[in-house]
Write a protein that binds this ligand. Structure first.
Ligand code: FAQ
Length: 310
């Protein structure tokens, strides 16, 4: 009976036994995972755009080769995640079209422009840094295919973070103009990176249920705090500052305190009214349309082969 299936599912969650694709699971668990994994996959592929913007203008061949590899990795992450979502019974085609139609979200962070080269280093350091903190926790998510995809993604993401930090370290030791460029990039990406962790726990509609299902192992605010605690010493080592007058070490709690996030800004970006939302979706729609001849060709080839085999 359904009650028995539910009990078996609950027992597995309680015992930290992962849920696999063919196992019974509550519909709401399945829907929530398709939502989160789908958004995550969309973030990876939309996240290629701000960095791809600098591929042709990277300052050296070495930087260009590294950036190309990173952008390709993001495409790969998207593919693992779309595959993980498909194990839940959705189709990649369907969720991708929902993203293009603005009916499914992707991370707010990719709606900010990359205005100068320092932004690329800062994205690796702060954006991939924030992504890792969130994704390391997801390696223990209760849904097996998602958790396993995360393990591989985290390994690549930690290389991304290190290459970003190496790039900003070079700029931090460079000319006054390079230092100013780096500080400007930090000023623009600092708060948006903190917003990647989502709303405050008290304002996060999915958190309680996702924690109970062990999809999320730590809350939005816990992960945000962990990211701040990791990152402030790195910021200080660079000799740079954060655009937050309230940022300070708190001896009593053993954490850095930080200022209030502009939640209205996050809300606007999530609702599609950020600086680059329109441009990002336009670029992805154009890529979809421009790629139609490849899909048509592949389908024609597949049906010819099938006909020959028959
Ligand atoms: N942006 O109730 P909650 C990367 C939405 S890293 C946009 O707290 P939840 C690597 C949320 O979806 C970035 N939307 O939701 C890379 C929900 O909307 P819905 C991707 C946001 O799911 C680096 C509503 O607000 N990483 O791509 C955001 O429990 C460099 C209520 O929020 C992931 O996706 C936001 N910042 O917690 C690639 C990680 N925050 O669906 C290229 C997996 C919240 O009800 C270059 N995802 N929302 O309409 C998660 O861990 C979670 O989904 C959270 C949100 C923590 C993002």
């Amino acid at each position: 009976t359904d009650a028995q299936f539910q009990q078996h599912f609950d027992d597995k969650i309680a015992a930290d036994i992962s849920i696999e694709a063919k196992d019974w699971m509550p519909d709401a668990y399945r829907r929530n995972l398709i939502r989160q994994i789908g958004q995550h996959a969309h973030s990876e592929v939309v996240g290629m755009l701000p960095e791809a913007n600098w591929l042709t203008r990277a300052p050296s061949l070495r930087r260009k080769a590294v950036l190309l590899a990173k952008v390709q990795d993001e495409a790969g992450h998207g593919l693992y995640l779309y595959s993980a979502a498909e194990t839940l019974g959705c189709t990649r085609q369907d969720i991708y079209q929902k993203m293009l139609a603005g009916q499914m979200k992707y991370s707010s962070i990719f709606n900010y422009p990359t205005l100068n080269w320092a932004d690329i280093g800062v994205i690796g350091w702060l954006v991939d840094g924030a992504a890792i903190v969130n994704q390391v926790a997801l390696c223990r998510a209760s849904y097996g295919p998602y958790a396993r995809a995360m393990v591989k993604i985290c390994k690549e993401e930690s290389f991304h973070q290190r290459q970003g930090y190496e790039a900003v370290m070079v700029m931090a030791q460079g000319s006054e103009a390079q230092k100013a460029m780096l500080q400007d990039a930090i000023n623009r990406f600092w708060w948006p990176a903190l917003m990647m962790f989502g709303p405050n726990d008290s304002d996060s509609p999915h958190s309680a249920q996702s924690m109970a299902w062990k999809i999320k192992r730590h809350s939005n605010d816990e992960l945000r705090q962990k990211f701040i605690d990791n990152t402030v010493p790195q910021l200080e080592a660079l000799g740079m500052t954060a655009p937050d007058a309230d940022l300070a070490w708190d001896e009593a709690s053993g954490h850095y305190r930080f200022g209030e996030i502009d939640w209205a800004e996050l809300h606007e970006v999530i609702q599609g009214r950020g600086q680059c939302n329109h441009e990002r979706l336009q670029a992805k729609r154009k890529a979809w349309d421009d790629g139609s001849w490849v899909r048509d060709g592949a389908m024609a080839h597949a049906s010819k082969r099938a006909a020959n085999a028959a």
